[in-house]
Design a protein around this ligand. Structure first.
Ligand code: IMP
Ligand code: ZN
Length: 336
């Protein structure tokens, strides 16, 4: 089997995908974005990685947000994104999104629309929902968490966790807030060390979330320091690694100089993810291909990484067994 084909056909697990950032230009078109908006989106997405900055990347989310301002478009957006992941053989998807209020839609309506699309999905893919707390929306964090907890009580099999995201130059991590979420049975995944912010990173690691996203400025060779790296090693928290996103936002210098190498070298837990595949013009199969190209991860390495990823998911034990079997059967069928 050709390597590209392997990456596409392997039953994959995606644990870090933001709903609105995952919308393809084609989906945005179907959602009513004008040609002008689409070309703005694509031009920015096509820019050389080095020309972009994190703040510029954040501007791109506005395009998708302008196309998902009511319940029907949120429903359709969720449906399209799930279908795109399914079409590249993602078997398990944890989709995350920030509940958003618009003129004719409450945050609860927003969540209900996403859940309706997940429940209506008739494809062979397991989808779970993580709800994001936007760090830029500091003043509403408590209120947002209350809503998340309420919705989780209503949909315990779909809403599995809470994410902390948004522009990392804004807001601060509040351990009390996430402890409350944890006490209610929600899993916690936090964007961590996306930019250099040692104080916050230390607090996040001491909190011991179930997973962290990015982990860029942790290792001393990548802008972290010895005590932070030691703290990380003590926790051994799985990393959601988003190669293209980090390179595109300029937080990693290049694919080759990406901090993932420290995880590989030290046999630390990680999984490959897309972050915002629409914005960054990628998909999970491509991310696997990049890990092969730049870090020599062989098909066997990538299969094993996917198998380990099963244990990092927020799925039930029963669902984990199903995923393990899918992967085992696929390996046997494809003789490797
Ligand atoms: P949404 O939550 O479905 O609207 O997806 C887009 C949102 O996800 C953005 O507005 C950000 O708040 C968040 N997001 C997407 N990518 C990143 C990232 O790399 N770092 C932090 N936040 C992000
Ligand atoms: Zn992210």
């Amino acid at each position: 089997m050709e390597f590209e084909q392997f990456c596409n056909l392997l039953p994959k697990i995606e644990l870090h995908a933001h709903l609105n950032g995952s919308l393809s230009a084609f989906s945005l078109q179907k959602l009513g974005c004008s040609n002008e908006q689409i070309s703005e989106y694509q031009q920015l997405a096509d820019l050389q990685a080095t020309e972009k900055t994190l703040n510029e990347c954040f501007k791109l989310f506005k395009v998708a947000h302008s196309a998902t301002k009511n319940q029907q478009s949120v429903y359709l957006a969720t449906k399209y994104v799930i279908e795109d992941f399914f079409n590249e053989n993602v078997a398990y998807l944890e989709l995350r999104t920030t509940p958003r209020e618009e003129q004719n839609m409450t945050k609860a309506d927003y969540i209900e629309s996403v859940i309706r699309a997940i429940k209506d999905c008739d494809k062979n893919i397991i989808v779970k929902l993580l709800l994001s707390i936007d760090r830029s929306d500091d003043l509403k964090c408590e209120e947002n968490l209350e809503l998340i907890i309420k919705m989780r009580q209503k949909y315990p099999n779909v809403i599995k966790g809470v994410d902390f995201s948004g522009n990392p130059y804004n807001g601060t991590f509040d351990p009390k807030l996430f402890q409350k979420a944890r006490n209610c049975g929600l899993f916690i995944t936090l964007h961590c060390a996306e930019i250099k912010n040692d104080e916050e990173v230390e607090e996040i690691l001491k909190f011991r979330p179930d997973r962290i996203g990015h982990g860029t400025f942790l290792h001393p060779n990548f802008g972290g320091n010895d005590s932070i790296w030691k703290l990380y090693l003590d926790t051994n928290i799985p990393l959601e690694c988003c190669l293209t996103s980090n390179v595109a936002c300029g937080t990693a210098k290049s694919y080759k100089q990406h901090h993932l190498q420290e995880w590989i070298k030290n046999s630390l837990p990680f999984t490959l993810c897309t972050d915002d595949k629409g914005v960054f013009g990628t998909n999970l199969s491509k991310e696997l291909g990049l890990a092969y190209q730049y870090f020599s991860l062989t098909p066997t390495n990538l299969w094993e990484m996917t198998q380990k990823t099963v244990s990092y998911t927020f799925a039930s034990d029963e669902e984990k067994k199903v995923l393990t079997k899918i992967l085992q059967d696929w390996k046997v069928k494809n003789h490797f």
